[in-house]
Design a binder for this molecule. Structure first.
Ligand code: SAH
Length: 291
């Protein structure tokens, strides 16, 4: 077989990631044996991945095509929601800046009510439903209400999002352990369940969700526990979407870096030696350096 010369220019690389509208996809509908039938009265609790519709699982696509009601969160894109059947109803359960939003109880009540009415209910969340997604709580409520359910895992932003930034979460020469944490409550918050000292000591690579507003506190906690201020850090914003940005810098300057580069949620933060691999492995979008 002859080897085809690949055009490796930056223009060609960009070309590779130009998106087709899903409706224009040249890939014929995949008919797979063994994908389940969505029975009326069931709730399927699914992950939609970090953003790129191509990262949906076949189970998630199968769910979108059969669901009558889709209860979705803020991080689920329109491209993904466009896969539903025409008569399906979309119900937004995410936060609405300033306006009343559904709380967790409202969401579980809604799922149970819709399933009780005999609908096929798809509960769709960003990433993986069981990774910082309250999917477990919703599943517990369904069990208590005796509503039958299925879980459809998704690609979590802390793994797949970093993959799109060219950052492997483990790399043989660098780390044999990785810790996924939420930065949500970092600091002296009474609900803080994390021992940042122990994490700093035990985990060469730390991947932090929901950390943008707590970045300065987290960097201070980790440095107080012995992590070097010049340790590499990457902030990956809107990972896997056309708006993805990856900025690398040093732990001591992480908060300043986020501010200077105007990085906003949703962002994943990764601390540790694997960040250095982005300079050679970043393949999607741009890579900015704060150094
Ligand atoms: N269940 C989700 C996480 C929900 S918590 C998952 O498995 O990915 C929400 C946090 O996820 C955000 O604050 C951010 O830290 C991260 N996140 C989700 N999507 C992201 C994206 N496309 N890019 C960067 N971070 C993302």
């Amino acid at each position: 077989m002859s080897k085809v010369d690949k055009d490796t220019s930056p223009e060609a690389a960009q070309q590779d990631i130009v998106r087709l509208k899903l409706s224009q996809s040249p890939v014929p509908d995949i008919e797979l044996q063994g994908l389940p039938v969505f029975a009326p009265g069931w709730v399927w609790l699914a992950g939609a991945g970090p953003g790129d519709p191509g990262l949906l699982t076949l189970h998630a696509v199968n769910a979108l095509k059969q669901a009558d009601k889709v209860v979705y969160d803020a991080l689920v894109s329109e491209d993904i929601l466009s896969l539903v059947k025409p008569e399906a109803e979309l119900l937004y359960a995410g936060k609405r800046g300033g306006k009343p939003s559904w709380n967790q109880q409202d969401i579980t009540d809604k799922l149970i009510e819709l399933a009780g009415q005999g609908h096929r209910v798809l509960r769709l969340k960003g990433g993986d439903p069981f990774v910082f997604g309250r999917g477990g709580e919703e599943a517990q409520a369904l069990v208590a209400a005796q509503v039958p359910f299925r879980v459809i895992p998704g690609i979590s932003a802390g793994v797949g999002g970093l993959g799109y930034a060219g950052i492997p979460v483990t790399h043989r020469d660098v780390n044999h352990a990785v810790t996924f944490v939420t930065g949500h409550l970092a600091g002296k918050h009474e609900n803080e369940l994390l021992d940042w000292h122990a994490i700093a000591k035990a985990s060469p690579v730390i991947v932090i969700y929901m950390a943008m507003s707590r970045l300065a506190v987290i960097a201070d906690l980790l440095m107080a526990a012995g992590r070097a201020g010049d340790e590499p850090v990457a902030i990956v914003t809107h990972a896997t979407t056309p708006n993805q940005r990856v900025v690398t810098g040093r732990l001591a300057e992480a908060a300043q870096m986020a501010k200077q580069h105007r990085l906003e949620p949703p962002s994943i933060i990764v601390i540790g030696g694997v960040v250095d691999l982005a300079s050679t492995l970043a393949w999607f979008g741009s890579l900015e350096s704060a150094d």
